[in-house]
Design a protein around this ligand. Structure first.
Ligand code: FES
Ligand code: FE
Length: 433
């Protein structure tokens, strides 16, 4: 496959890094090397993963003072902690002495971390606490050293994001129109909060992270890749992604995208139809929702259901499941998956957990099919010809909605084009052409 350095135009044309991405990312097609080149992957870490806002975890995972959980930002091992004062910190798992990992457990409760190598200790806000045998450091019992920190931490509706850039757009600016989709998920919880308490599964895919991100709101594939689960589960979901569907694909800006299925659910008008259940089966949940939103408000919320949204670059909310994408190499990605749980909704939570296991569990019928496609895709893009991947589906029938956002049909590649437009912006911003 052509490397990025070979992809520039003839002599005399600009050949800086920005010009390369201008060439590789075009309105209707993207170059295959974007998925295979280790050089581009290294560049993405600097320009995207170690710069923009990246989803890390949820506050419910560190509910109590001194709770911590190990998370990641791309290949970086990040400890998400809550200090005794309630503050959330994102620390890098690297001792300031000789670089050993200071945190071994996946989660726990501790106000400090002790490095196993020479016993240096750190508070859970990253500050140094001390080390053994002071005389070797001139008798001083502290050095001006501590754990590395992710400089900016932002929380929206309990979702914790980190940015390695000291300055830049705020989290709210980055989320932009995607905030409303998170709000839409949270309002389905009778107590107005979600919890991530079900534990995570990790799915490793021998594929580039962008194949996963693009697929999350690709409404073209479900009828084919997921035909088996739709037929076994007698699900109406497949029809939502058909040529006649009134659902839309929307580019939300900043690389975020969604499959907005609400037009279909409103047309059908069945509360909880999006979840494949009925009000009679979860009476306490429905009552709690009526108490919170009023009868007509609850009706609307229960008909419209949960969002199907990809938040750039790594958070995918698939109605009642949450995925965090972690890139490890140009051809290796881990998808961390859990069931969303609604605070105050035990009836629903049990069902959401069951659905999650059935669709994205180890023997689940949904993600296994997607993962097969990711890996086949990665194997295919390594072939030499044709060099490009086509992303033009629906480009000539896009419209601008009342919010000024670009929308396409249910099966159109509008979300992918929005992803690539923002990707190109981040990869070229402030660089020479
Ligand atoms: Fe951590 Fe030496 S590497 S104490
Ligand atoms: Fe899929």
């Amino acid at each position: 496959m052509t490397e990025v350095t070979d992809a520039v135009g003839p002599a005399g044309r600009p050949s800086g890094p920005a010009a390369r991405y201008d060439e590789l990312i075009q309105p209707r097609r993207v170059h295959g090397s974007l998925y295979t080149s280790p050089e581009i992957f290294a560049d993405e870490l600097q320009q995207i993963w170690y710069r923009t806002w990246v989803y890390v975890g949820h506050v419910s995972e560190i509910a109590e003072p001194n709770d911590y959980v190990r998370k990641s930002i791309g290949p970086q091992d990040v400890i998400m902690t809550r200090t005794a004062d309630g503050e959330v910190h994102l620390l890098l798992n690297r001792c300031a002495h000789r670089g050993n990992l200071v945190c071994e457990a996946d989660a726990g409760n501790s106000s400090s971390f002790r490095c196993p190598y020479h016993g240096w200790t750190y508070r859970n806000n990253g500050d140094m606490l001390g080390y053994p045998f002071h005389q070797g450091y001139g008798g001083r019992n502290k050095l001006e050293l501590g754990l590395g920190r992710v400089p900016r931490v932002g929380v929206y509706q309990g979702f914790v994001f980190g940015s390695f850039a000291e300055d830049g757009p705020t989290l709210e600016q980055h989320l932009g129109e995607a905030k409303g989709e998170i709000d839409r998920l949270v309002r389905l919880a009778p107590e107005g909060e979600i919890e991530l308490s079900a534990g995570f599964l990790k799915h490793r895919a021998r594929a580039n992270w962008k194949l996963l991100a693009e697929n999350e709101t690709d409404g073209y594939h479900p009828q084919f890749v997921h035909a088996s689960i739709f037929s076994v589960a007698e699900s109406g979901i497949g029809a939502l992604y058909g040529e006649k569907s009134t659902a839309v694909t929307r580019a939300l800006g900043n690389g975020h995208s969604e499959n907005d299925l609400r037009p279909e659910f409103r047309r059908l008008g069945v509360p909880l139809g999006w979840f494949g259940t009925t009000e009679e089966k979860v009476p306490n949940y429905v009552k709690a929702m009526r108490d919170r939103h009023g009868d007509s408000g609850a009706e609307e919320v229960l008909i419209e259901g949960a969002p199907h949204v990809m938040i750039f670059p790594n958070l995918f909310i698939a109605e009642i499941q949450l995925f965090a994408i972690q890139p490890l190499a140009a051809d290796l990605t881990v998808q961390h998956v859990t069931a969303v749980q609604f605070k105050g909704a035990p009836e629903m939570n049990k069902r959401m957990l069951q659905q999650c296991v059935g669709s994205v569990g180890p023997a689940g019928m949904l993600l296994a099919d997607d993962t097969e496609m990711y890996e086949r895709n990665q194997a295919g893009v390594a072939e030499l010809r044709p060099e490009w991947l086509d992303v033009r589906r629906g480009v000539d029938r896009e419209e601008i909605d009342e919010r000024g956002l670009t929308i396409g049909g249910a099966t159109d590649e509008t979300g992918m084009r929005g992803f690539w437009s923002h990707y190109k912006h981040l990869m070229t911003e402030g660089r020479v052409r």
